[in-house]
Design a protein around this ligand. Structure first.
Ligand code: MG
Length: 350
């Protein structure tokens, strides 16, 4: 029986599709039901695989050891505002940072390279990783290199794993009714810049990915908040909508977002319209969503704005006791539920 006939009659079972890697509901279901099942949990209070957070957190003395890992398959490898090397460093540093581990002990780098990949491109990627590491105050401490035959993969895949220390950690599930939601800057820049480049929109001069390490920015925010930051997440694949839905579900609160307060640049808004995409669903690679106790929200905002990376930070929403697990958009004309994207139609975005 051919695969196609088998699939038609359901004999071969379900296959993994691109939507399972897109950061939305389909991906979470695959991970929860299949990939994360069957492993022993960590000790009580520690954060392991079942928490589906940005990384894992182990108790270490009086503090915490945080670990995270990410594979980067972005296409094209060089894009407006960055490249796969910058992304591989920033992506992992940021996952550590939003768990509270802004001081990174080290990163690993594992590369799988396609036969025929230009060595000059590899050197360019390497230089970019070095520069981004310097920006973040981190270094690569060990790595691995594999080469596969021509056509067996497309270009290069880079996996980075990061290890960091934190005095206290921040999960993505600590929101309570009344808490404010702070966003560190405009949304949609990474995904929209990438899609515009792929489709040759000609807006590349103005549209640039926001890919950057934000551990220093998060350190600034935490320094001002003195324990009042109760949840954080980086809104990567699936965008702001996915990140906030996940935070609402895990925390058991509703989140109301004031649409007018969410920063979106004019060029991203224009390109998103041409591409038929919603900036709320688009990946960011240099932003964080921060849940703050109400009395500390202004202090966190002021601290963020004092750092160039957070100059456009804004308080964009509030947690409520109703509509638990849901994200509600206040458009100024009324309120509507925002759905988490099932599977973002943008493969190889990170
Ligand atoms: Mg993350």
């Amino acid at each position: 029986m051919s695969d196609r006939v088998g699939e038609k009659y359901g004999v071969l079972g379900e296959r993994v599709t691109l939507k399972h890697g897109a950061g939305g509901r389909a991906m979470r279901m695959l991970i929860e039901d299949k990939l994360a099942a069957g492993f022993a949990p960590l000790a009580d209070g520690e954060i392991g695989l079942a928490a589906m957070d940005d990384g894992a957190a182990f108790r270490l003395g009086d503090g915490w050891l945080v670990v995270t890992t990410d594979s980067h398959v972005i296409h094209p490898v060089f894009f407006p505002g960055g490249d796969i090397g910058r992304l591989a460093v920033a992506g992992t540093v940021n996952d550590l940072a939003v768990m509270g581990a802004t001081d990174v002990l080290g990163l690993t780098s594992a590369m799988v390279i396609e036969e025929g990949f230009p060595q000059s491109d590899l050197e360019r990627i390497q230089r970019s990783m070095q520069e981004t590491c310097q920006e973040a105050g981190v270094t690569i401490v060990t790595g691995d290199t594999k080469v596969m035959g021509k056509g067996e993969l497309d270009g290069i895949i880079i996996n980075t794993t990061g290890v960091g220390l934190a005095e206290s950690i921040v999960s993505d599930s600590g929101l309570n009714p009344g808490d404010r939601i702070v966003l560190t800057g405009p949304i949609g820049e990474h995904g929209i810049a990438l899609m515009a480049a792929r489709r040759g929109l000609g807006l590349e001069g103005d549209l640039r990915s926001d890919v950057a390490p934000i551990n220093d920015l998060i350190r600034t925010a935490r320094g001002a908040a003195d324990g009042s930051i109760v949840a954080m997440k980086d809104p990567t694949r699936g965008g702001l909508a996915s990140a906030l839905t996940e935070m609402a579900e895990k925390s058991g609160v509703g989140i109301v977002i004031d649409e007018a307060s969410v920063p979106v640049t004019d060029v991203v808004r224009a390109a998103a319209e041409i591409l038929g995409l919603d900036p709320f669903h688009i990946a960011n690679e240099g932003k964080a969503v921060i849940g703050v106790r109400p009395n500390a929200a202004d202090a966190v905002l002021t601290a963020l704005r004092s750092n160039p990376q957070g100059k456009d930070a804004a308080i964009v929403g509030t947690c409520i006791d109703e509509h638990r697990g849901r994200l509600i958009l206040d458009t100024g004309f009324g309120r509507r539920l925002v759905s988490e994207p099932e599977g973002e139609p943008l493969p190889r975005i990170c």
